[in-house]
Design a protein around this ligand. Structure first.
Ligand SMILES: Nc1ncnc2c1ncn2[C@@H]1O[C@H](COP(=O)(O)OP(=O)(O)OP(=O)(O)O)[C@@H](O)[C@H]1O
Ligand SMILES: [Mg+2]
Length: 260
């Protein structure tokens, strides 16, 4: 079971967009996919068609972090992927984790471990994280097999990336399954001179972590969110092009990690 943690402390870089569409792309290959929404904003839950405000906290991902079985809290979606929805009360999770044994570092690892008995229930688990460092990120990285981070060509993003490298390094000390971090360039306009400068910086500093697939700026990715559809259900302009980008990304990840 591959467990991807989608993270970056900088907000609005495309973590949720990547979580939803990557999940849908894996599902198109008939892989069993679970999205775990670990952000109190509940954007991934919303994008996948779940109204988080109608869910009791104990039926959300919070229930699982407090010991309930994943299978009791998951929802199916029209995308063919399951989701463990977020809840607004997740905002207080860092405080809860701080008082738990080992600062709650292994609660997600334990919950996902139980999903593998007797055999793995999912092939791919995708955790969508809030734009923050701290205990929730640490808990997700303690369970993950790979951290994936979307980056945009901006100075502040490059700084956040350095902080994430440190978090991943720390997590690898407690989680030997965590292979490392991969960087995907999002919202890129390759012909812009500004983007080319940051691209060069990325290539120099993160050559081995940089994925080949690049996600371009496309209104389809913004507009599909409002319709609560992944790019695979959305039928507007450019949908086909963007679907192929996500399928390329899945192929690249399968080469890195295997399919299940
Ligand atoms: N390549 C893209 N082209 C066009 N719009 C995009 C692209 N990537 C993301 N977006 C849009 O940008 C907005 C922010 O993206 P998203 O919510 O995925 O970022 P995030 O990193 O999850 O934000 P947060 O840190 O607040 O959780 C969304 O409306 C999303 O649809
Ligand atoms: Mg998000």
């Amino acid at each position: 079971m591959q467990i991807y943690a989608l993270a970056l402390e900088k907000g609005g870089v495309g973590k949720t967009c990547l979580a939803v569409n990557l999940a849908a792309a894996f599902s198109r290959l008939n892989l069993r996919v679970l999205v775990i929404d670990l952000d109190a904003q509940a954007h991934a839950s919303y994008w996948l068609g779940i109204v988080a405000s109608s869910i009791r906290p104990e039926d959300s991902v919070l229930g699982v972090l407090n010991g309930r079985a994943v299978v009791d809290c998951v929802r199916t979606t029209a995308e063919g992927v399951d989701v463990l929805p977020a809840h607004a009360a997740l905002a207080s999770l860092p405080v809860q984790l701080a008082t738990a044994p080992n600062s709650g570092l292994f609660v997600l690892q334990d919950a996902l471990g139980k999903l593998c008995l007797p055999t793995p229930r999912y092939d791919v688990v995708i955790c969508d994280l809030a734009p923050a460092r701290g205990p929730v990120l640490a808990t997700a990285l303690a369970a993950a097999t790979r951290c994936i981070t979307p980056v945009q060509p901006e100075d502040l993003v490059m700084r956040a990336l350095q902080a994430l490298v440190e978090s991943v390094g720390q997590a690898q000390r407690v989680n030997p399954q965590l292979r490392g971090m991969s960087i995907i360039r999002n919202r890129y306009a390759p012909r812009s001179a500004g983007d080319q400068i940051y691209d060069q910086l990325l290539r120099e500093a993160y050559r081995t972590q940089l994925l080949k697939t690049i996600i371009p700026v496309r209104a389809a990715l913004r507009d599909s969110a409002g319709l609560q559809q992944s790019i695979f259900r959305y039928n507007g302009p450019d949908a086909n092009e963007v679907r192929n980008v996500f399928l390329d990304l899945v192929e690249e990840l399968i080469v890195l990690d295997g399919a299940a």
